[in-house]
Design a protein around this ligand. Structure first.
Ligand code: SIN
Length: 287
């Protein structure tokens, strides 16, 4: 079967046209989808009006799923493989803890020692306009640095922190942030990671990185800020405008992303994400 692909931007991403993940898919057919995932970093599958079980089942084709022990408050109560990203209030009417999930540039689970291979986010409820997500191509970001900069950052490790999210719920937010820091001590990750499947080098940073290992925040910040700014230049970025029942799949090893929050917060936005486990990377450092 030859997949029908439509490029989403010059930097990254393709739409897999006519995909239907609810139907049985042969190994060969999935192999083509996986190859497109490696080639383009992001896949878009429109009109996937599927059940939670089908979302989980399709995600398993990409690898073993995270049960989100690092983010226990945000997972679906019946399906730990699903992470909620929602501004729908809690049953008691209080604001959802996860309403500000992903509002910083990041790569999923970078603050753990098994950062994610990839994620599959499905839109359930979207606002009338906005609620977009940005994605950046971190391979392009790395490859366009000068040789001098590549040499400078080659052996650096960035310290990735959990619990940096804006507090949504005054009653539980501070407790949650403290809990996140306790469950997930800071983890140092290489600033340059080699993609285990394509062999290409990519920048691995984002706004959860507070400093480089062995350096102070003051010393690290100018370079971290420069690299994040460089990586998110418009020519390296794709902006996704969601439609209901889209699934976007991204490769966390060579992209990073940010939920923009560019919508009327009185309207509902409800997304659910599976997270595919990656290979071990990085090491825990003292807080
Ligand atoms: C995430 O960071 O996983 C969520 C992104 C989004 O809600 O657009």
């Amino acid at each position: 079967m030859a997949l029908k692909l439509r490029r989403l931007s010059n930097a990254l991403g393709v739409e897999v046209c006519d995909a239907d993940v609810s139907k049985p898919m042969s190994e060969a057919a999935f192999g083509e989808i996986y190859q497109a995932f490696l080639n383009y970093g992001i896949l878009l599958l429109r009109n996937q009006d599927i059940t939670r079980e089908q979302h989980i089942e399709f995600s398993r084709r990409f690898g073993e799923l995270d049960r989100h022990d690092a983010l226990p408050r945000d997972r679906h109560p019946k399906h730990p493989e699903l992470l909620l990203v929602t501004n729908e209030p809690n049953p008691d009417g209080t604001p959802s803890d996860s309403r500000y999930t992903g509002r910083q540039w990041h790569s999923d689970m970078s603050f753990t020692t098994t950062p994610s291979l990839g994620s599959l986010l499905r839109s359930h409820v979207i606002p009338e306009v906005g609620g977009d997500t940005l994605f950046a191509n971190m391979t392009m970001a790395y490859e366009t640095l000068s040789d001098g900069m590549k040499e400078l950052i080659a052996d650096l490790h960035g310290i990735h922190m959990s619990g940096t999210r804006k507090i949504a719920n005054e009653a539980t937010g501070t407790v949650r942030a403290a809990e996140q820091k306790r469950i997930n001590p800071p983890v140092a990750q290489p600033v340059v990671r080699v993609h285990p499947e394509t062999g290409r080098k990519a920048l691995y940073l984002g706004e959860k990185v507070s400093r480089f290992d062995g350096m102070t925040e003051e010393e690290s910040k100018p370079l971290i800020d420069y690299l994040n700014r460089h990586a998110t230049r418009p020519e390296f970025v794709y902006r996704h405008q969601w439609r209901k029942h889209d699934i976007v799949v991204w490769d966390n090893r060579c992209t990073m992303h940010q939920a923009l929050g560019d919508f009327d917060e009185t309207q509902r936005r409800h997304m659910e994400r599976t997270t595919v486990l990656g290979t071990p990377s990085g090491y825990v450092v003292a807080a």
